[in-house]
Design a protein around this ligand. Structure first.
Ligand SMILES: [Zn+2]
Length: 315
């Protein structure tokens, strides 16, 4: 079964990773290539002519406008005092997701405190979320509503739980019925208005949405999508084979959250945790390439100051 092929793929071993990105010089080169695959471009004027300064990390001075740019300026690493090797190790561990934040602490370099590990983790999750926001779903899409902190995804059961966030779980399928992409989106409520908005944002027109009988899903037709509710389906119908993949994703998410993260502030951080989960799921066929892709996402995302990381998300 396809799932096994994914679970048993090689990925990139830690020794292989360290052989490639174990020194500052290696990380500098990799960062430079990720930022400017076709050579330096001045962030201010776009010019290519430059000279290189070492202070001690590599800087670039544009020969047109004299602007000076560090390797990390304008990326999620901007202003960092950490060695690049620490950033790269975080990218590796978070990308591979064998362990998440707990691994960052476990394998921490001297001097990497819990707050530093937290910031690394959240900055990289934001970069993953940003990348995921570029993609919509199309074709046949299985959709369900779920809760973080509810019984389907771990945490305290019961409607009274305060640390509970509603989200829409959706998985698009290929022609053979295999899952392609997942999207997990926090929402305020599962109302028709919210589902219509969700569909207009995240579904390509012409998609076919399969859901259980919950009324709000009809609103996907507002986004020029077809709606196929399960016939005669009450809420029980979500256990039918038609919902196999969205159920699989929700099951994996539950395992994931009950393992590495235990409980976190769902209400505040749901969006980035869910997007990071989807990011990995959507790139599950090539785990070995994941660190490099996450590096590209991290340099493309831009600075993420701590105050913005800590502020509550609105969804
Ligand atoms: Zn310039």
């Amino acid at each position: 079964m396809a799932q096994n092929r994914i679970q048993f793929q090689q990925g990139l071993s830690l020794p292989a990773f360290l052989a490639r990105y174990g020194t500052e010089a290696q990380c500098e080169s990799a960062l430079e290539e990720a930022r400017w695959p076709d050579g330096f471009r001045c962030p201010r004027c776009g010019g290519g002519a430059h000279c290189v300064l070492h202070r001690p990390r590599k800087w670039f001075q544009c020969q047109v406008c004299r602007h000076q740019a560090s390797l990390t300026a304008g990326t999620v690493m901007q202003g960092t005092k950490l060695p690049l090797t620490t950033w790269f190790l975080a990218i590796y561990l978070i990308g591979q997701d064998k362990t998440g934040l707990s691994a960052l602490e476990l394998k921490r370099q001297p001097g990497v405190s819990y707050p530093t590990a937290w910031a690394l983790h959240h900055k990289l999750m934001k970069a993953m979320a940003e990348r995921e926001a570029h993609y919509t779903l199309d074709g046949i899409v299985q959709v369900d509503d779920a809760y973080l902190g509810g019984e389907r995804t771990g945490g305290k059961v019961g409607r009274g739980s305060e640390n509970k966030v509603a989200f829409v779980a959706a998985v698009s399928l290929d022609d053979a019925g295999h899952p392609r992409r997942a999207k997990l989106t926090p929402v305020k409520t599962s109302s028709a208005e919210v589902m219509g908005q969700w569909a207009r944002t995240w579904l390509a027109p012409g998609s076919t949405v399969r859901s259980d009988g919950l009324g709000c899903f009809r609103a996907v037709t507002q986004a020029d999508c077809r709606h196929e509710p399960t016939v005669g389906g009450g809420r029980k119908s979500r256990d039918l084979p038609e919902f196999q993949w969205v159920n699989t994703v929700l099951g994996n998410l539950k395992t994931r959250l009950s393992g590495a993260h235990h409980a976190f502030a769902f209400v505040r951080y749901a969006e980035r945790y869910l997007a990071a989960f989807a990011y990995r799921f959507n790139r599950r066929f090539d785990l070995a390439a994941l660190p490099k892709r996450l590096l590209v996402a991290a340099v493309g995302y831009g600075p993420a100051p701590l105050c913005s990381l800590r502020s509550a998300e609105s969804h």
